[in-house]
Design a protein around this ligand. Structure first.
Ligand SMILES: *Cc1c(COP(=O)(O)O)cnc(C)c1O
Length: 356
């Protein structure tokens, strides 16, 4: 029996991945040189579709990395001399903070309990903060930060750059890339692709900061610093042999998503999320982990299971449905349900029916 993966990453492959993969194999695309015109064409198609999908201004750079975790490291290296500030409410936002610490910066954080959102207007951010780091959708707990709160932080701190992790909310999230200095995601979540590719979008002033730090003698990294990435991006290439499979598939899958239309994708996402939350709210044994509706993620739905989640996870697996376990300390209490564009309404209805 073929399973359906509702896991929050890797997740179910987007339905068109198989077709694109077969075509690429037939055309031997994974043997071409990464310095060839054929590769440059693939690169350009992907960058162009990403720019359309996220309405990225012309002067922003799009870089390909190996993962979202790498994007966090590159942002700190290339944007922070001393101080980053982190909004922490779970494992991934915490990792961003940790990376800054590991790179010997002096990060600060504002931390709230797992499952809670932020009252952004009450957060005191140190004046000399260089980058404010925000995880839009905290995959470990199912909390999403309202995008207006992100804009409002930027407004209150115009001299700090804003870095936003949209790994598990892209491409559903509506966020104005022009207002964000570093926007990043990896592809094994909302894009329904094999893992191993990260995408980082960088604003022109954030590029300047990297140049400034390099001139000053700060360590901004080596082959994947922004200067190297930009130098090759201008030639529609990457500094090293990249994940050609990932770059190719991302171009195709984002093209398919553009054809389907973000409006439709968003509408379907909200309908499916509504089905799951409604069930959880009215169920004897299930309840949404995130109490405040304004902070509930539409793309990663975390549900508390009275009496433990293990039996339920097993039962669903027997029916061919794989949901995520709770993250770390919630492993035995929660289930996490990914609600990505790859998950059709009828698949979600099947899951809801089994949970009922
Ligand atoms: C999965 C995830 C990451 C890490 O992604 P990798 O591609 O494994 O580095 C970072 N942030 C969030 C919010 C995630 O869900």
């Amino acid at each position: 029996m073929k399973k359906i993966f509702f896991t929050p990453g890797p997740s179910q492959l987007y339905p068109t991945v198989e077709k694109h993969l077969k075509y690429a194999l037939e055309k031997q695309l994974f043997s071409i040189s990464h310095r060839s015109v054929d590769f440059q064409n693939i690169y350009n198609e992907t960058v162009s579709n990403i720019k359309k999908l996220f309405t990225v201004p012309k002067d922003h750079s799009v870089f390909f990395l190996s993962s979202a975790t790498e994007a966090m490291e590159r942002i700190i290296e290339n944007g922070v001399e001393k101080k980053s500030f982190h909004l922490v409410n779970g494992a991934f936002s915490s990792k961003f903070f940790q990376i800054s610490q590991d790179l010997k910066k002096q990060p600060e954080k504002f931390e709230v309990e797992a499952g809670k959102g932020f009252d952004v207007n009450s957060i005191n951010i140190t004046k000399n903060t260089e980058v404010i780091c925000i995880t839009h959708n905290e995959t470990s707990t199912g909390v999403a930060v309202p995008v207006d709160d992100i804009y409002s932080l930027k407004k209150r701190h115009p001299d700090s750059f804003i870095g936003v992790d949209i790994v598990s909310s892209a491409p559903y999230v509506t966020i104005d890339a022009a207002k964000i200095d570093y926007l990043f995601f990896s592809v094994q979540k909302g894009f329904g692709m094999p893992s191993g590719l990260g995408v980082l979008i960088v604003s022109p002033i954030a590029m300047e900061k990297s140049i400034y730090l390099a001139k000053k003698g700060t360590n901004i990294g080596s082959y994947h610093n922004f200067l190297q990435l930009e130098k090759y991006a201008l030639k529609s290439q990457t500094p090293m042999t990249p994940n050609v499979l990932g770059i190719y598939l991302l171009g195709k899958v984002s093209g398919d998503m553009l054809k389907k239309g973000l409006k439709t994708i968003r509408k379907e996402t909200e309908e499916k999320a509504g089905m799951v939350y409604r069930l959880a709210e009215n169920h004897e044994l299930l309840s949404p982990f995130v109490a405040d509706k304004n902070n509930r993620s539409k793309t990663v739905i975390v549900i508390n299971v009275k009496g433990g989640s293990e039996v339920l996870i097993k039962k669903l697996k027997e029916k061919g449905i794989v949901v995520g376990k709770g993250y770390k300390q919630f492993k035995e209490e929660h289930i996490r349900i990914a609600n990505f564009p790859t998950h059709s309404t009828s698949q979600m209805a099947k899951l809801v029916k089994l949970l009922f």
